[in-house]
Design a protein around this ligand. Structure first.
Ligand code: ADP
Length: 337
């Protein structure tokens, strides 16, 4: 059975961009693949953070993931810092990664442009991410579109490590070079149809760091307070103007939350000016409630029973530590340790 690995930062609440772009997919994939899901707290400290809040958010993220449907009896869910081999492998991979490859990463360029001083941790973030994935020798990585470039770097790092340190098979390749075993597979992205959810401002992707999110566990009044003024089709100024659903972020969210019949109805009402944008948003809010009510209910139950969360994370970490050790033992040996 192929193995999948994916991670999420505990740097803020789980938002519907994360949910639709990644986590909802995880809840289905866990039944098809051997699945490892990680709360990547070492990644979260590459941006400014408050240590006390990090402690709280780690747990909140675990509650959100379990509420969203990650089943710890089926998949392994754990916290990255509980398995120190992640940073050990990252160090080894850092030593074979050219600086230029890291400086070219779009997320690094965007994030570093927004801050005065840039740390080596932010630059090396994708190497730690490569280590996360390669440590479990994962074949597939379910992520949103924003992570595809990082994943490409993981593939390059995997190939490079194999070429430098994997054992020779004793055979030669077609072009006459020495063939090497593929100790690390080349991890491939698994994208969802909802690969890029835009923020409510319609300007940038929905992201914790952009303050344009709807939280997965947010109460309905608060969701409505954000939906009501959210950007729609910019050309639709009056209620009597017909809209173009395909350019509207709210219509995009309908496709994620509403039934196919409702989506069709919404498209007709929008393009014939039958409904105003507020009517359309009210229907979206109802569809969201249908999906989010059970998730919120599970979160309340889990918050009242912290032992269930701790047990799930401990079992996940135990299992992943064993797998990680197997990989690190080979890496150390092949790299001369
Ligand atoms: P954020 O960008 O909010 O800090 P993370 O970097 O922790 O989120 O990403 C967690 C997962 O959620 C990744 O797989 C990422 O691709 C996905 N993701 C994040 N934002 C979005 C979005 N706006 N649309 C789709 N997927 C997203």
């Amino acid at each position: 059975m192929s193995r999948i690995f994916s991670g999420i930062q505990p740097s803020g609440e789980l938002h519907i961009g994360n949910y639709l772009g990644a986590v909802k997919n995880w809840t289905q994939l866990q039944h098809e693949f051997e699945s490892i899901f990680c709360i990547v707290d070492y990644h979260a400290i590459t941006q400014q953070y408050d240590p006390e809040r990090l402690r709280v958010r780690r747990r909140e993220m675990a509650v959100s993931l379990l509420s969203a449907g990650i089943d710890p009896n089926v998949a392994s869910l754990f916290v990255q810092s509980q398995v120190p081999e992640h940073t050990e492998l990252a160090w080894f991979l850092n030593t074979i990664t050219p600086l230029g490859e890291l400086e070219r990463q779009t997320q690094f360029k965007e994030k570093s442009a927004r801050q005065e001083s840039v740390t080596a941790g932010l630059l090396n973030y994708p190497v730690l991410q490569a280590a996360d994935i390669l440590l479990y020798r994962a074949d597939l990585v379910p992520v949103g579109e924003d992570q595809v470039q990082h994943l490409e770097l993981s593939r390059v790092v995997s190939r490079r490590w194999n070429a430098m340190f994997a054992r020779a098979t004793g055979k030669t390749t077609e072009d006459g070079a020495e063939e090497r075993e593929e100790f690390f597979p080349e991890p491939k992205p698994l994208l969802t149809p909802m690969r890029r959810i835009m923020g409510l401002d319609g300007q940038a992707k929905m992201s914790k760091s952009m303050n344009n999110t709807i939280g997965l566990l947010e109460p309905p009044e608060s969701i409505w307070a954000k939906l009501r003024p959210a950007v729609t089709d910019p050309k639709r100024i009056r209620k009597t103007d017909p809209g173009t659903p395909e350019v509207c972020n709210i219509f995009h969210l309908h496709k994620a939350f509403s039934s196919p019949e409702t989506v069709e109805h919404v498209a007709v009402q929008c393009s014939t000016a039958g409904w105003g944008c507020i009517d359309c948003k009210k229907v979206l809010a109802e569809s969201m409630e249908t999906e989010l009510v059970p998730i919120r209910r599970r979160a309340v139950e889990l918050a009242a029973y912290p032992k269930a969360v701790d047990d799930a994370l401990a079992a996940g970490a135990d299992r992943c530590r064993r797998l990680a050790r197997e990989t690190i033992d080979v890496v150390r040996e092949r790299m001369g340790f």
